[in-house]
Design a protein around this ligand. Structure first.
Ligand code: HEM
Length: 489
């Protein structure tokens, strides 16, 4: 009586919806994903029923994708159709609101902001301009660990790595001086941490927004607006300071200058609002800081559990960098094994295991019909552990990412590339991948180059948990550094 097969809905050409596991009345498939590790529940469903499924949570239709081959078909043929994420439930909030960048539909506002994001912050030339900021922050990270080593104190790798990425991003966006004087980076970090505690609630409100709107309920609005207001105070103060700088201090190369100029210019190519600038900054802080730190933590945990990998990274760094200076980001291209280790860390422990989009129009995928407004969930965790395309998918084997000598057809290369989907794909793929590789690569490089590590017990416990919406270790990695060199660099 309770389980029912979904009615087979078809399009005008007689095409079926993708297959669907048995569902319950009213709640649909909710009971199948109630565990705290939703990506694992999704992975289990797809290993039982297939890599392309149609699910329903209450009245919300979802298409779940769990293989490289289906992800390839979607991003190759339907990328534009899935380049929006659906409108968020809180219009006026800077945090998770509709003025944000991450939730913006693929259109003029999104393209305008993305152009500035790439040219002024995350593109290769912008990254070259801000290199000194990251070099100084890496040095600070090193000095801090050295201090802990002298005092024989343990550190939480995730927390320390978060300081590194947060300080770097804040300074890349907001400049060095104002931050150091007033401790603004600390304040931003506090707000980001609070935001992470709210992401799960936001996701629930987002998924059920249609139903909640009909019932006149605005779930979690008060808490989310509270954090939004505090972000607003901080960013408004910062924008005003930026506007009040004497003209000769404006270099006109920084992203905020360019956005404020567009805000003031009546004839700008896109007329942005002040709220849009602030919501955009909130999104960059949230997207860029904790996720890089979680990657550093997960990857370091694997390295500590695999001492032979630790030794091989150190040997590579010693042969390229030597023993008389600290690793720098310009060394990374000459350190292929270290890069492979970071990629393997992201494959096994993707901090954002689920990617959520929305089909704007009805379409066909692998011969199945997908109606317009269906939510798309790509389970990157399952794709990157798919036994059909990865050898020993559960093992930490960085060598798999070292250049292969086999020549592949262009299509095969793209399909193979989509089996590694840690940064998503297509127009809405992560624009921060390059800087993320720098943060994680230099952090891990320095940690291995300069310190040995002691842990409590034989092995790091790799049990997973979800913090906010991100995948993390259930027990934060705590270990004690032992300085390798008698004198600091
Ligand atoms: C290891 C670190 C990181 C990982 C694993 C990661 C992963 C991702 C993923 C999976 C997405 C969704 C992509 C999709 O829907 O296809 C995303 C989006 C995004 N990421 Fe990252 N990211 C990282 C670091 C960063 C950094 C450092 C920044 C910026 C400073 C950043 C900025 C963004 C932005 C703005 C978006 C939204 C893009 C859009 O909506 O078009 N990310 N990221």
């Amino acid at each position: 009586l309770f389980f029912r097969k979904p009615s087979s809905r078809r399009d005008a050409h007689g095409c079926d919806l993708p297959p669907s596991p048995p569902s319950l009345p009213v709640i649909g498939h909710l009971h199948l994903i109630l565990s705290s590790l939703v990506h694992k529940s999704f992975q289990k469903i797809s290993s039982n029923y297939g890599p392309l499924l149609h699910l329903r949570i209450f009245n919300v239709p979802i298409v779940l994708v769990s293989s490289a081959s289906v992800a390839y078909d979607i991003f190759r043929v339907h990328d534009l159709n899935v380049s929006s994420r659906g409108s968020p439930p809180f219009e006026e909030s800077l945090l998770f609101g509709s003025t944000g960048f991450i939730s913006a539909p693929y259109g003029d506002y999104f393209k305008f902001m993305k152009k500035h994001l790439v040219t002024k912050l995350l593109g290769p030339q912008a990254l070259e301009r801000s290199r000194l900021i990251r070099t100084n922050e890496l040095e600070r990270f090193y000095i801090n660990l050295l201090d802990k080593a002298t005092k024989k104190e343990s550190v939480e790798i995730g927390k320390e790595a978060m300081k590194l990425s947060n300080n770097s991003i804040c300074k890349m966006i907001m400049g060095t001086s104002c931050l150091e004087e007033k401790g603004e980076a600390e304040r931003v970090r506090g707000l980001i941490i609070e935001s992470f505690y709210l992401t799960k609630k936001f996701f629930l409100a987002f998924t059920l927004r249609g139903l909640l709107e009909k019932l006149g309920i605005s779930l979690f609005k008060k808490e989310i607006m509270g954090v939004s207001r505090r972000f607003d105070d901080l960013l408004e103060r910062y924008l005003r300071e930026h506007e009040e700088k004497p003209d000769n201090e404006h270099q006109d190369t920084d992203m905020i200058d360019a956005l404020l100029a567009a805000y003031r210019d009546e004839k700008a190519e896109y007329k942005i609002t002040r709220n849009q600038i602030k919501a955009f900054l909130v999104d960059i802080f949230i997207a860029g800081t904790d996720i890089s730190a979680l990657t550093t933590q997960g990857t370091m945990a694997e390295i500590i559990n695999n001492p032979n990998i630790f030794v091989r990274i150190r040997e590579e760094i010693d042969s390229v960098v030597g023993k008389s200076r600290l690793i720098q980001e310009t060394d990374l291209p000459k350190l292929p094994y270290l890069q492979a280790v970071v990629k393997e860390g992201l494959r096994l422990h993707p901090p954002t295991p689920l990617m959520v989009r929305e089909f704007q129009e009805g379409c066909k995928v692998k011969g199945f019909y997908i109606p317009a407004s269906t939510t798309l969930v790509v389970n990157g965790y399952a794709v990157m552990r798919d036994p059909n395309v990865w050898e020993d998918p559960e093992e930490f084997k960085p060598e798999r990412f070292l250049a292969s000598s086999r020549l592949m057809q262009e299509d095969e290369i793209r399909e193979q590339a989509l089996k590694y989907i840690a940064f998503g794909s297509g127009r809405r793929g992560c624009p921060g991948a390059n800087v993320a590789y720098i943060f994680v690569g230099t952090a891990i490089g320095m940690i291995v180059q300069c310190f040995d590590w002691r842990i409590n017990g034989e092995k790091v416990d790799m049990k997973e948990a979800i913090g906010g919406l991100n995948l993390t270790l259930a027990h934060p990695l705590k270990c004690t550094p032992v300085a390798r060199f008698p004198k600091p660099f």
